[in-house]
Design a protein around this ligand. Sequence first.
Ligand code: J2J
Length: 550
Amino acid sequence: MMLEDCTPWPAATAARYRREGIWLGTDLGSLPRAWARAYGTDTALVAGEQRMSFRELADRIDRRAAGFVRAGVRPGDRIVLQLPNVPEFVEIAFALFRMGAKPVFSLTSHRAQEIRHLCELSGAKGYVVPGVFRGFDHTALGRRIAAELPSLTKVFVLDTDGDADQEADGDGDGLVVPLGRVDAEPFPLPGADPSDVAFFLLSGGTTALPKLIPRTHDDYAYQTRTVAELLGLGRDTVYLAALPVEFNFTWGCPGVIGTLSRGGTVVLAPDPTADGCFRLIERERVTLTSVVPTVARLWLEEREWSDADLSSLRVLQIGGARLEPELAARITPELGCRLQQVFGMAEGLLTMSRPDDDDHSVLHTQGQPVSESDEVLIVDEHGHPVPRGGTGELLTRGPYTLRGYYRAPEHNARAFTADGFYRTGDVAAMTPEGRLVVQGRIKDIVIRGGDKIAAGEVEAQLATVPGISAAAVVPVPDEFMGERIYAFLVSRGEQPPLTVLKAALQERGLADFKLPDRAEYVARLPLTPLGKVDKKVLAAAAADPTAPRG
Ligand code: J2J
């Protein structure tokens, strides 16, 4: 049974996935104990000077799961999880799987706007924060949101340094709980239903507000197992989590879960900077890592100046945004490892190049779907499949692709076909060999670095700034970031400059990565014959100062 307000797979489809051994009835929360039995004292996690064995990890997860129950968290409760790349992320995510609560993976860059929305939409009972992180006080934010949302009754804090009143929590409401206290003698807990939601990922978005993607135990176990197998991971695998662990790419493609499942070691990098990551690759003899194209470019620039020994690195996975063939071609000569292109989405479908693919395919395609049970269609604007090789919107369904966002019936009616295909909003073609070539997208988002920004979300915020009467946000190509955020604005009278606009959005609590990089005032926004804002005209104008603005 799936949590209420989720869309399960049709019963016959689910039965087939089970019959065919795709869904094995795995409860993600039970995995760490199984790993501990198989890999015992081998190193599971490395973070800074800290090293944790599989057994230690499983023990900590059991104690934390018991601790959450003691703290009043119940099976089915949603808990917004916002932590950087620290071992506690892994411990807490699995402890929540273990006791049946459902973490909602948030980004550390999220601020009041995003966190309030996630807490409200998910009806979260708890919010797990780092404390003060990169100068931002997440605990204070948690207190503010809890004051507005009665459903939020616990803020769990990793690092309580500098906020001494928390331990005593003078106000006696028990709102703020140090994570150090989420630790209790383990007791038997019932396992989770494998067909139920294990956790929620965030959608890259198309609408003004982010959507929640329910991922079940069975579907995510299948995804991570399949990708780990495809890459031939084993006990000698050392995976560097260079990007944030809450990113689907880092968490399960094969990422943290895939590596640990095969007895490999996960090294947590605090950030993806070249310097720090090169040092970790050298010191830990990293064999596999995954980055977005912007980070790959950064690493290539830095490589010229670095004497770090990267010889252990066998495969660099690159995904999350379009990889320019010119950049792709530099990976093997300059970093000395194989390139694997990955096209993926938190909603499900993953495609990737295979270890034995020819060079041309590796450089110029995003490879094949990871599962034979992935169904992929390329359709024209009327929803009809295009002839093989033709370009159109990519639709997909399969054993690890969602059938509906959480609590979003109206959006679901548009985002899925009647027979359950997810409309990705990506535009692609399929080669005769069945490899995907991503060519663009029709969804209204900006992909800046690897970050996805829904144009509608930024537009809605901009429209509330005094003086602004209309706003339209489009991507503008950028050599380093891939794309940047370009805002066209219409004002009544005064025209607040970019710095003022950014400050206003920050003030409202919008995450920094969503702030416009450039703003331009126009007399009016160009419209299509149907009366919608013509984003094609605006995108062309953003890229070319001499192009018509409307
Ligand atoms: C072009 N666009 C791409 C690619 C994703 C692995 C890798 C990436 C993600 C991810 C992920 C692209 N070329 N190679 O979850 O497990 C764009 C598409 C897609 C959207 C999904 C994973 N790889 N994209 O990026 O949910 O537009 O997942 O629909 O963050 O990123 O974004 P997200």
